[in-house]
Design a protein around this ligand. Structure first.
Ligand SMILES: Cc1cc2nc3c(=O)[nH]c(=O)nc-3n(C[C@H](O)[C@H](O)[C@H](O)COP(=O)(O)O)c2cc1C
Length: 323
């Protein structure tokens, strides 16, 4: 099993959501979670503005970069850049069903090409000293059996991957949007449990549909960790339980406002270097969900934080609704 970092609780890679500002914000709630970047393609890293794409802050560690691609040489180069930039792990995306990704021949469609995925993993593992992990689905289209998933995992493990994050639903590569592909195919946790039983020496992390972290912690009887996506983004305060529930740390009783106050120095620093306010405030809209004044907090930020001259005063005014 993979020992470098603890994957008992992971926060999912989410395009456009888990950017560097969001990750710093989420890190405030849990010092122990494993964080993942949004997917970045190996082509963008090798031919684009890598410095910009790899930008992150040390407080985000442990931090995995998720890369999309299927060319082992290109993935190796991209991974070396990521290692030099300080990331803790390289995660290969074998779960994204979007048309754009399919036409580039990566993401979930690679579940039908385990040998190529194993070559990609080996290419990366030979190039860097970081752990190489894979995030996949339980199947694609009509390939939806334990045998097929076992075949995929055993081949890819042979290439050098010891940790699999499995989104517990198949991806339908035609006819559904990526959003529908996170909602319509039914969850099948049993399939993921079966993989842990079949491959006890591999680390198996279950992802998909977890909204109650106490319930989620009970899954640790059957898998090595869980990954949470949408709930973490839409209701970040729930993450304040993580270090206690999953890592046996003492309970913290910080309020939502205290977490927000802890984010202020980072926001101030970023504003000073020219980052627009709403790049950060757009990620905190879920913080006061279900709380008195929460609607006004969100409305105020949405209306005022996108103005080009918006300062932290916009946030302070929003905070008055929930103080
Ligand atoms: C807005 C959004 C963007 C996503 N982008 C990615 C991505 O870049 N890479 C990836 O592997 N999964 C991506 N996902 C899928 C999540 O990582 C996760 O597998 C999925 O949301 C199921 O977990 P959940 O039910 O806890 O949200 C994305 C999900 C959302 C909601």
């Amino acid at each position: 099993m993979l020992n470098n970092s603890d994957h008992t609780f992971c926060i999912a890679p989410m395009m456009d959501w888990t950017d560097r500002h969001e990750r710093v914000f989420l890190r405030l709630f849990s010092g122990k979670s494993m964080l993942y970047t949004e997917m970045i393609t190996s082509a963008a890293l090798t031919h684009g503005n890598a410095a910009n794409l790899l930008m992150h802050s040390p407080e985000e560690y442990p931090l995995a970069i998720q890369i999309g691609g299927s060319n082992p040489e290109e993935l190796a180069i991209a991974s070396r850049l990521a290692e030099d930039a300080g990331f803790s792990e390289i995660n290969l995306n074998i779960g994204c069903p979007s048309d754009r990704v399919q036409s580039g021949r990566f993401g979930a469609c690679l579940m039908s090409e385990p040998v190529l995925v194993a070559q990609c993993v080996t290419g990366i593992a030979d190039a860097v000293s970081l752990p190489v992990t894979v995030k996949c689905r339980i199947g694609i289209n009509d390939v939806d059996t334990d045998e097929a998933l076992e075949g995929f995992i055993s081949t890819v493990a042979g290439g050098g991957c010891q940790l699999f994050i499995i989104h517990a639903r198949i991806a339908l590569l035609e006819g559904l949007s990526p959003k529908q592909n996170r909602e319509i195919p039914p969850l099948n946790y049993q399939r993921v449990f079966n993989m842990k039983r079949q491959f006890p020496d591999l680390s198996i992390i279950l992802n998909g549909g977890i909204t109650d972290l106490t319930q989620g912690s009970k899954l640790l009887d059957k898998v090595d960790g869980i990954m949470v996506g949408r709930e973490a983004y839409q209701n970040p305060f729930t993450l304040s339980q993580v270090d206690n529930l999953f890592f046996c740390e003492p309970v913290t009783n910080k309020s939502r406002l205290q977490y927000l106050q802890a984010y202020l120095p980072y926001m101030r620093f970023e504003l000073e270097r020219g980052t627009p306010l709403h790049h950060m405030t757009r990620h905190i809209l879920g913080l006061f969900r279900g709380v008195n004044g929460g609607k006004n907090f969100r409305r105020h930020l949405s209306e005022h934080s996108t103005k080009s001259d918006a300062t932290l005063n916009v946030l302070f005014d929003a905070m008055a609704y929930v103080s």
